[in-house]
Write a protein that binds this ligand. Structure first.
Ligand code: AMP
Length: 213
């Protein structure tokens, strides 16, 4: 399976990719996660990307494209779930060329479609586990678990720097301006599946699987 998950920040791309990667036994490639790992390790790439990420802006195309090109050459990447890439038309063009060269055409582009105000609520309550990387939402954890740790492994939950409300508003604007044109771009390929994604992760997963057959 070679799939692109498209959608605004907070639409559930990372959560769905996590669920789908086991079903389809393919690599989950998240450009945001690669940048965050590099930022933590203070690599040159991480420091450069961090300047853009903390403002809620996109990392320049040439940096992202080079990084994805390298990642796609790794042996586990013949099947993939692309989470957070492409995010601009030039990235989609370069991605198309990469896939043509590798002779690995896309099977599907899944758009997770969701109302913007729901997104802001989701993002301000999003927490990630420092130990296992699992994504949680404080709203759906209330009552279930009052301890501050990860319900699965007990690790520390933290809020991403770019999930502060002002940065979130900018990320949504950037999505509308620069990424949403990809919807009509991919619609033309006949491989676009639009999934209403405001329900629970499990329900959204079921809708994706039903749409893909
Ligand atoms: P994400 O985890 O996908 O929300 O990405 C977090 C941040 O990483 C984004 O707000 C951007 O600053 C940067 N980023 C991730 N993927 C891309 C991409 N394809 N193009 C440009 N910037 C990206």
């Amino acid at each position: 399976m070679r799939m692109v998950l498209l959608g605004a920040p907070g639409s559930g791309k990372g959560t769905q990719a996590d669920l789908l990667k086991d079903k389809y036994a393919c690599a989950h490639i998240s450009t945001g996660d690669i940048f965050r790992r590099n930022l933590l390790a203070k690599t040159e790439l991480g420091v450069k990307a961090g300047e853009f990420m903390n403002r809620g802006e996109l990392v320049p195309d040439e940096i992202v494209i080079g990084m994805v090109k390298d990642r796609l050459r790794e042996s586990d990447a013949t099947g993939f779930l692309m989470d957070g890439f492409p995010r601009t038309i030039p990235q989609a063009e370069a991605f198309g060329v990469m896939l043509e060269e590798l002779k690995t055409p896309l099977d599907a582009v899944v758009l997770l479609d969701i109302d913007e105000e729901i997104l802001v609520g989701r993002l301000t309550n999003r927490r990630t586990c420092r130990a296992c990387g699992k994504i949680w939402n404080l709203l759906s954890m209330k009552g279930d678990n009052l301890s501050p740790g990860c319900p699965e492994c007990g690790g520390e939950l933290y809020q991403r720097d770019d999930d502060a409300e002002l940065v979130i508003r900018n990320r949504l604007k950037v999505y509308n301006d620069q990424t949403s044109p990809l919807v009509s771009w991919y619609a033309k390929t006949g491989k676009l599946y639009t999934i209403e994604a405001s329900a629970s992760p499990d329900e959204t997963l079921k809708k994706i699987q039903a749409a893909l057959g």
